[in-house]
Ligand binder design. Structure first.
Ligand code: ADP
Length: 481
């Protein structure tokens, strides 16, 4: 049983309510967690507000904040194996991913933003008024609600916690109800690192907990990663006190494979780009535009590579693809697959739930479709599963419009040997990140976020500092009072 963490103390929900999380590899109940209600949300926000105004945090020198963040990174690494295994049991991801991507990715975020603490500067600006000194200050936004999804729970919590705290905010973090456990452990580590009480608060719970936080009049900012549908709700929920919002929402990443691409390299990269974490990645490559002359070859090789991946429980070192997160999500993925078949796409491989010894878990076979057109839902909507729809194109001039013909704009990928093609397309495609001849990767030092319905604002890099600070201009008349 895990508790809430409010004002530096672990406690059950006021109502005593709990919910359970499942192990997606076998469907068994894994853990019971406190389910925060409205009064718990009030308590957590009040604790965060009190800590924001308390000199222990408000006046803490930047280098001391940096040490706290750095210490969290060290602690994450110290318990890295345990944390990785917890993530695998709760979320399903193969242990290899948890160990080599999730845990180091979270630690590196804390280190990168530890470095920023002492570099959050203002500037002196040459205003037009004579005898006037003008400078800017960057100040914390205030109490930040951090609402995270289930696909990379630990890493995405770190993406938000590290910059929010580097900038001197206080936070209430709410992990997804399917996968709260690595965030609970991370908050334990933050308590050990020595953050003052109330600076970091944790509420576990579902959509109702998230909604109460998002509507709360004393929350100054919400940073959210999740579906576009919930992102839209947050825009409405934030209207009351005009909260600042950072939204990292859905995606439908086009991957463009030009006639001159090295097809074997493209297959190796795209199979990972599509199927990494079983396709449960917001930037997953999920519609493939292949020059018609290479489409059959690409499809055949993608199908061979996808079906060769070993599906199995994340804790089994031989597994390359884990289960989907839940029964409900598996049903959604399956309905897209059935829909594509009904709409006339050609199923090349996969297309069904895994049976046999894997049937108690939420495993879905990697699936490749040929002959897909943009009218099909599988080419337009976010499936968030191991599904690869292959489309083709005849005229390179049509490809920009087709790639941009989407409500989303999170990422795009281009596979070509020609530098002009690569960079011309990179400039024209409407997406927050473009990956040329490579799989999608996040990095603390650069930007993450989307154009259009993929969200508002950017995470990571200096952009996260903008997202977690308010800018104040200070004017002084130097001519005497
Ligand atoms: P998915 O569709 O992938 O499950 P969601 O966008 O529904 O993703 O959920 C992402 C996060 O948002 C989770 O922590 C979830 O509890 C939370 N959430 C869901 N609905 C709301 C809401 N109306 N307001 C605030 N948070 C919500």
């Amino acid at each position: 049983m895990t508790d809430l963490f409010i004002g530096g103390k672990w406690c059950p929900a006021d109502s005593g309510a709990t919910f359970t999380t499942l192990n997606p590899a076998d469907g068994s109940v894994f853990e019971e967690c406190a389910e925060a209600g409205v009064t718990d949300v009030d308590r957590a926000v009040a604790a965060a507000r009190a800590a924001l105004n308390d000199p222990t945090w408000a006046d803490m020198p930047a280098h001391a904040r940096a040490r706290l963040l750095w210490r969290v990174a060290d602690l994450i690494e110290e318990v890295g194996d345990e944390l990785a295994e917890l993530e695998t049991r709760d979320n399903g991801q193969p242990l290899g991913i948890a160990r080599s991507v999730t845990v180091p990715g979270a630690a590196e975020h804390f280190r990168y933003f530890a470095g920023w603490c002492t570099k959050i500067e203002g500037s002196v600006l040459p205003v037009a008024f004579p005898d006037t000194l003008h400078y800017t200050r960057r100040e914390p936004v205030g109490v930040c609600a951090l609402i995270t999804p289930w696909n990379f729970p630990l890493m995405i919590a770190a993406w938000k916690l590290a910059p929010a705290l580097a900038c001197g905010n206080t936070v209430v973090v709410k992990p997804a109800e399917q996968t709260p456990l690595s965030t609970v452990m991370l908050v334990e580590l933050m308590e050990r690192a020595g953050f003052p009480p109330g600076v970091v608060n944790l509420l576990t719970g579902g959509p109702a907990t998230g909604a109460a936080l998002a509507e709360h009049p004393d929350v100054d900012k919400v940073s959210f990663t999740g579906s576009t549908a919930v992102g839209r709700k947050l825009v409405h929920a934030s209207a009351g006190n005009l909260k600042r919002l950072t939204l990292e929402l859905g995606g439908k990443t086009p991957s463009i494979i030009a006639a001159d691409a090295d097809i074997d390299a493209a297959v190796a990269g795209n199979v990972q780009g599509a199927l990494f974490n079983s396709g449960q990645v917001c930037a997953a490559y999920s519609r493939f535009y292949v020059d018609r002359r290479r489409a059959d070859e690409f499809t055949e090789k993608m199908a061979a590579a996808a079906s060769a991946l070993r599906l199995g429980p994340g804790l089994d070192p031989a597994s390359q693809l884990g289960p989907l997160v839940s029964e409900e999500h598996l049903a959604k993925v399956d309905s897209y697959v059935r829909g594509a078949q009904d709409e006339g796409a050609e199923l090349v491989t996969g297309g069904r739930r895994a049976d046999g010894p894997l049937s108690s878990g939420f495993f879905y076979e990697p699936t490749v479709f040929a002959g897909v057109t943009e009218s099909m839902a599988v080419a337009r909507e976010e499936v968030f599963g191991p599904v690869i729809p292959v489309l083709s194109y005849d005229d390179p001039d049509e490809i920009v419009d087709r790639a941009n013909n989407s409500e989303y704009g999170l990422a795009a990928s281009i596979w070509t040997r020609d530098l002009s093609t690569a960079h011309r397309l990179a400039a024209k495609v409407r997406a927050g990140a473009v990956f040329i001849n490579m799989i999608h990767v996040p990095d603390a030092a650069t930007t993450w976020g989307g154009f259009k319905a993929s969200g508002w604002g950017r995470e990571m890099g200096p952009y996260a500092i903008d997202a977690y600070t308010e800018v104040k201009g200070v004017w002084t008349h130097l001519g005497g009072a």
